[in-house]
Design a protein around this ligand. Structure first.
Ligand SMILES: Nc1nc2c(c(=O)[nH]1)N[C@H]1C(S)=C(S)[C@@H](COP(=O)(O)OP(=O)(O)OC[C@H]3O[C@@H](n4cnc5c(=O)[nH]c(N)nc54)[C@H](O)[C@@H]3O)O[C@H]1N2
Ligand SMILES: Nc1nc2c(c(=O)[nH]1)N[C@H]1C(S)=C(S)[C@@H](COP(=O)(O)OP(=O)(O)OC[C@H]3O[C@@H](n4cnc5c(=O)[nH]c(N)nc54)[C@H](O)[C@@H]3O)O[C@H]1N2
Ligand SMILES: [Mo]
Length: 670
C-alpha cells in the first residue's frame, strides 16, 4: 500500500502498481483506511471507566496514571494467592504484523508468568489438516493459476475475502479454464463462476472421497506420482471404495451424476488449482476435511505442474524468527487456554484446563465481545466486577465498553512492522507514513512501558522497533534469504527466495515425517486417530442429532459481510451504509415460517438469539441460512450479533472454532 502524505496528513492510500500479487488495487475496506484512521471517534487518549461495565462511560486520564494503575494491579494479582496465571492475554489478528502482533506483548506476558493463549480462532483446524497430509501449511502458488485448466474455489468467498486472487483466476479463464465454486451459499464469488456446487455444510470430506472413488475407478490417477511421492495408496483406495457416488450424494446433498462429473473433470485436468480456504474448516470435522481434500492433487499428480495443487495458505513459508521476537524460554511452565473457550474461561473459572480463576484480561488486536463464540457467556464474563480488564484499541468497540482501562493504539499508517502473507509469497515492510494521532502508541511501546510499571526487569524490554525488525529477520532459512533488512527498507516488499510460480511438491519433498504425501498418517494413528482420510460429520449434523435438529433445523453460516473485516470497519459509515443485520434464507424455509422478504425475524437456538431482517432468496441451499457478519452488538437494534448462537465446541483436530456448525431456528419477530 502506498500512502500519500501532505503536511503530515495522509491524503490518499492506493495499491502498489508494481506489486506482482496485489497489482495496484486495494480491497473495498482498506480503500477506506483514511476514513478509519481519521474517524472522529478514533481513540486518542487513555480512558478510565467511570460507569458500569458495558455502558461505555469513560473519562480521560494521563498515560502515567493509566500505566501506573494497570502495572500495579497486574503486579498485585501476580503476587496474590493465585499468582500470575490469573492474568490472561487475549489477542488475534487486528494487526497480523510480527511486531505489533507478537513481540513485546509476548515478552511482557512471559516475564509476568501469565497464562498462555492458544490462538485458534481462525485457522488451526485447517493448518492441522494440511500438516497431516502434506507436512506443512504450504500450498500451491496462486501465480501459477493462469496455467490452470480447472479452478475449484472450495469453501471460500474469493471476491470478498481474497479479491487479489481473482485476476489470476480470470487469466486462467481467458485461456479456457473452467471455474467452479463449492459452497452452501451462492456468494458473489459463486455468481461469477461457471458453476455453483451447493454442498451441504460440513460434508466436503465426503465429496473429496467420492471424487477419489471415481478417479480410482476410472483409472484417472497418476500412478507414477503416487508410487514415488505418496504413502498408503492401497489403504486410501479401500477407504475411497466406501464412498460410492450414491452414498456421497446422500451425505453432501449433491446429485450423484454431479459428483461423478466433477470427479472426472478434476481427474482429467492437467493442472487443477484447489483454492480451499478457512470457511470450510469451521465445522466439527474441519481438520479432517482439509486433510482429505489435500490428498487430491497427489492422487492426480497435479502438484507437478504450474497452477496445479491445493492452497490453504502460504504462511508456513515465512520463517521469521518468532523465538527471538517472543522469547518463549522466559515463560515459566504455565497453563494454556484455548481462545475459543473465553466464555468458559471467564465464567467457569478454568475453561476445563484447571488452574486459578481469571482475574485480569488484557485484550489487544481483538474484539472478543463481538468475534468470540457463545457471546452470551463471553459478555457474562466481561461483566464480572472482580475482573480487571485492559483493552488496547483504535475504537470504543463492544469489548472496550467492558474495560477498566482503554489504551489508544496506533494504526498501520502510524507504526513500524513486518508482515508475512497467507495467500502469496511476498514479505512486506510496514513503514509509518504519519506520526501517531493524539496520544496513541504502538502496541510494542505500550507493552514496554507496562513492563516498567509492573516492575519487570530485563533487557528484553529495551529493544526498540528497529531492533525488533532486525531480530525478526535473523534466520538462516533458505526461503528467507532474500528477505533482508536492506531489501525491505529499499523496496517495501520482497519475494521469498522461491521461483515464480513456486511448485513446492513437484518432485515430492513433502515435509512430513516420511517425506511423502501421507494418505496414511502414522502420526495420527499414534495419537489414537483414524490414520486415513475420512468424513467426520459436523457436531450439529442433523442425522447425528435428530432431536436438536427437530427444534433447530437450519444451519447458520455467519461468514464475513463484503464490507467488513471480521468486526473491523463495522463503524465506518461509508462501508456500513445504514445497513442492518440480515439473514438470507431459502424460499422453501421461509414459506412454512411465514417469513417474507424484508420481515423482521429472530434467529435463535439454546445458546442465544439475535434480530435480523430476512432476505428470502435461492442464493442459499435449503436448510442453510446466511447472516453476513461480524456486527458490533452496539451498532444493532437489539445489541446482539450472530455469535450469540455459535458454540464454544472445537474441531476434530487443532482446537479450531465451529462457527458454521451451528443449528438455529428462525421466526418472525415477536
Ligand atoms: N472482506 C473480508 N475479507 C476477509 C475477511 C473479512 O472478514 N472480510 N476476513 C479475513 C480472514 S481473518 C479470513 S480467515 C479469511 C476468511 O475467508 P474464507 O477463507 O473465504 O472463509 P469464510 O469467508 O469464512 O467462508 C468462505 C465461504 O465458505 C463457505 N462455507 C461455509 N461452510 C462451508 C462448508 O462446510 N463447505 C464449503 N465448501 N463451504 C463452506 C461459506 O458459505 C463462505 O461463502 O478472509 C479474510 N478476508
Ligand atoms: N460468527 C463469526 N465469528 C467469527 C468469524 C466469522 O466469520 N463468523 N471469523 C473468525 C475469524 S476468521 C477471525 S480471524 C476472528 C477475528 O477476530 P479479531 O482478531 O478479534 O478481529 P477483529 O474483529 O477484526 O478485531 C480486531 C480489533 O483489533 C483492533 N486493532 C487493529 N490493529 C490494531 C493495533 O495495531 N493495535 C491494537 N491494540 N488494536 C488493533 C481493531 O480496531 C479491531 O477492533 O473472528 C472470528 N469470529
Ligand atoms: Mo480469520
Amino acid at each position: 500500500m502506498i500512502t500519500t502524505v501532505e503536511g503530515g496528513r495522509a491524503i490518499r492510500v492506493q495499491g502498489d502498481p508494481d506489486h506482482p500479487f496485489t497489482s495496484g488495487f486495494l480491497c473495498a475496506k482498506v480503500n477506506r483506511y483514511l476514513e478509519r484512521t481519521y474517524h472522529p471517534e478514533r481513540l486518542l487518549h487513555p480512558l478510565k471507566r467511570v460507569g458500569k461495565k458495558g455502558r461505555g462511560e469513560f473519562q480521560r486520564v494521563s498515560w502515567d496514571e493509566a500505566l501506573q494503575d494497570i502495572g500495579g494491579r497486574l503486579r498485585a494479582i501476580a503476587e496474590g494467592p493465585h499468582g500470575a496465571q490469573a492474568i490472561l492475554p487475549y489477542s488475534y489478528c487486528g494487526t497480523m504484523g510480527m511486531l505489533q502482533g507478537q513481540s513485546m506483548d509476548r515478552r511482557f506476558f512471559h516475564a509476568l508468568g501469565a497464562t498462555k493463549l492458544d490462538r485458534t480462532i481462525c485457522s488451526t483446524a485447517g493448518a492441522w489438516g494440511m500438516r497431516m497430509t502434506v507436512g506443512a501449511n504450504i500450498g500451491a502458488d496462486a501465480e501459477g493459476i493462469p496455467s490452470s485448466d480447472l479452478v475449484l474455489l472450495w469453501g471460500t468467498n474469493t471476491l470478498t475475502s481474497n479479491p487479489h486472487l481473482w485476476p489470476f483466476v480470470r487469466q486462467a479463464r481467458d485461456k479456457g479454464a473452467r471455474v467452479l465454486c463449492i459452497d452452501p451459499l451462492r456468494t458473489r464469488t459463486a455468481d461469477q463462476c461457471d458453476e455453483w456446487i451447493p454442498i451441504r455444510p460440513g460434508t466436503d470430506a465426503a465429496l473429496a472421497l467420492g471424487m477419489m472413488h471415481v478417479i480410482f475407478a476410472d483409472g484417472l490417477q497418476d500412478d507414477d506420482f503416487i508410487a514415488r511421492y505418496t504413502l498408503g495408496v492401497e489403504l486410501l483406495r479401500v477407504r475411497a471404495q466406501e464412498y460410492p457416488p450414491e452414498r456421497v450424494a446422500s451425505l453432501t446433498g449433491l446429485e450423484a451424476e454431479r459428483i461423478v462429473a466433477l470427479a472426472r473433470e478434476y481427474g482429467r485436468a492437467r493442472a487443477a488449482f484447489l483454492r480451499v480456504n478457512y470457511g470450510l474448516q469451521r465445522h466439527g470435522g474441519g481438520a479432517m476435511a482439509v486433510r482429505t481434500i489435500a490428498c487430491l492433487p497427489a492422487v492426480t499428480g497435479h502438484w507437478r505442474r504450474p497452477g496445479g495443487g491445493v492452497q490453504l495458505s502460504t504462511s508456513a513459508n515465512f520463517k521469521y524468527n518468532t523465538a527471538a521476537l517472543e522469547r518463549p524460554e522466559t515463560s515459566p511452565d504455565v497453563r494454556t487456554i484455548n481462545m475459543i473457550r473465553l466464555g468458559d474461561a471467564l465464567t467457569r473459572g478454568d475453561a476445563g484446563v484447571g488452574g486459578p480463576p481469571v482475574q485480569a484480561l488484557v485484550v489487544y488486536n481483538s474484539n472478543p465481545a463481538a468475534v468470540a463464540p457463545d457471546r452470551n457467556r463471553v459478555l457474562t464474563g466481561l461483566r464480572r466486577d472482580d475482573l480487571f480488564t485492559v483493552v488496547l484499541e483504535h475504537f470504543q468497540t463492544d469489548t472496550a465498553d467492558y474495560a477498566d482501562y482503554v489504551l489508544p493504539a496506533t494504526t498501520q499508517l502510524e507504526h513500524w512492522d513486518v508482515h508475512l502473507a497467507y495467500g502469496h509469497h511476498y514479505a512486506t515492510l510496514n513503514r509509518p507514513a504519519i506520526a501517531p494521532l493524539g496520544e496513541c502508541k504502538p502496541n510494542t511501546q505500550i507493552f514496554r512501558e507496562l513492563a516498567a510499571h509492573a516492575g519487570l526487569p530485563g533487557a528484553a524490554f529495551a529493544d526498540d522497533d528497529d531492533a525488533l525488525i532486525r531480530q525478526a529477520l535473523q534466520t538462516t532459512d533458505a526461503k528467507m534469504a532474500t528477505v533482508t533488512y536492506d531489501a525491505l527498507m529499499a523496496h517495501g516488499w520482497v519475494r521469498l527466495n522461491v521461483p515464480t510460480p513456486y511448485l513446492p511438491y513437484a518432485e515430492g519433498g513433502f515435509p512430513t515425517p516420511s517425506g511423502k504425501c501421507e494418505f496414511y498418517s502414522a502420526r495420527m494413528e499414534s495419537i489414537g486417530l483414524d490414520p486415513l482420510p475420512d468424513f467426520t460429520p459436523p457436531h450439529e449434523y442433523p442425522e447425528a442429532v435428530p432431536d436438536l435438529a427437530a427444534r433447530f433445523p437450519i444451519t447458520l453460516i455467519s461468514s464475513p459481510r463484503h464490507q467488513f473485516l471480521n468486526s473491523t470497519f463495522v463503524n465506518i459509515a461509508s462501508l456500513r451504509r445504514d445497513a442492518e443485520p440480515e439473514v438470507t434464507l431459502h424460499p422453501s424455509d421461509a414459506e412454512p415460517r411465514e417469513i417474507l422478504d424484508g420481515a423482521s425475524v429472530v434467529v435463535f437456538n439454546d445458546r442465544g438469539a439475535f434480530s435480523a431482517v430476512a432476505r428470502v432468496s435461492e442464493s442459499v441451499r435449503p436448510g442453510v441460512a446466511w447472516a453476513p457478519s461480524i456486527w458490533w452488538g452496539k451498532l444493532t437494534s437489539d445489541r446482539h450479533n450472530a455469535n450469540e448462537t455459535t458454540s464454544q465446541r472445537t474441531t476434530d483436530m487443532g482446537g479450531g472454532p465451529v462457527f458454521y456448525d451451528n443449528l438455529v431456528e428462525i421466526a418472525p419477530a415477536g
